[in-house]
Write a protein that binds this ligand. Sequence first.
Ligand SMILES: *Cc1c(COP(=O)(O)O)cnc(C)c1O
Length: 371
Amino acid sequence: MTALAFTRTTGDRLPAAEREAILADPGFGNSFTDHMVSIAWTAEDGWHDAQVLPYGPLQVDPASSVLHYGQEIFEGLKAYRHPDGSIATFRAEANARRLNTSAVRLALPELPVEHFLAAVRELLTIDADWVPSGADQSLYLRPFMIADESFLGVRAAQRARFLIIASPAGAYFTGGVKPVSIWLSRDLARAGRGGTGAAKCGGNYASSLLPTRIAAANGCAQVLFCDSATEDTIDELGGMNLFLVRSDGTLLTPRINGNILDGITRSSLIQLAKDRGHAVEERDITVTEWREGVADGTIVEAFACGTAAVITPIQRLIGEDGLSIDFGDGAPGDLTMSLREELTGIQFGTRPDPHGWLQTLAPVEAAGAAR
Ligand SMILES: *Cc1c(COP(=O)(O)O)cnc(C)c1O
């Protein structure tokens, strides 16, 4: 694979004082760094025109296929500031590979893993000052790919664009990790058998928004989807995978069944739990099993996981027909919290990285310098 040559165009940078003010309290997804990366693709020429350019609006033709048929995929990963000042990413090549799995399903072009990783490095190098150093803070990277051929016919586009933008992220839980209530959506599904549930595509999120609004109206932070065929087998949350913990220390999580997203946080937690000697069962799990297990004391913890929040403890599952499964005391589970601490410790460079999951960026000499 020949390396792509990136053209670097620096623009106005936000004054350091304003950047520091944002980094002091970034929230999530509110602010964006000074630059972005763009790589163009055409069926004729393949991937070309790799650029680092000032962050800003895209010129998109109103007939672009992405605007009409939703031919779009994305990824999410974080860059962490380590205690020695270096910047590290976590399993970025897994995101690169998953982008390609999504690309195949959405009939978009696959991006060589090396191009993905080079694009991440380019953006982190030029916007290194945007990687915050506060507790639990990180720089969230959002790679995505859109079909941008101007054509209203329905077929896979012959033109696409891959981009990465970046947004500083604060601690997900301010004032301590707090268990949440989640809403079981039986009637409305995010994905169905043979659909795009296993791809990270915008369409899956679009279909989760109404059920999420219903969840919020019922006092819930998140929505849990069932397999649309059985209405009892659990799939996942709108944007996070699910785990249950048994009293004997066994972890249960829905198997990768073609409907759910193969989360990198999920697979990392499975590995860390196995390293500690816990059994992990990846299989079909039902709401009935969850309800009965909590009632008879064999299921003692539940949590959701994903890159943005890492691990979110679940306090209650509620739904229509009076469904209410409640762990009771309102404190996050012990295994939930210790897995969370271990994984974040690896990511933030305060614990050893036995599986070689981190990629550390070479120290950045002149961040923001144009060449
Ligand atoms: C991104 C995502 C996840 C979590 O994946 P991570 O790689 O752990 O961030 C889970 N479910 C859905 C639907 C997702 O889009």
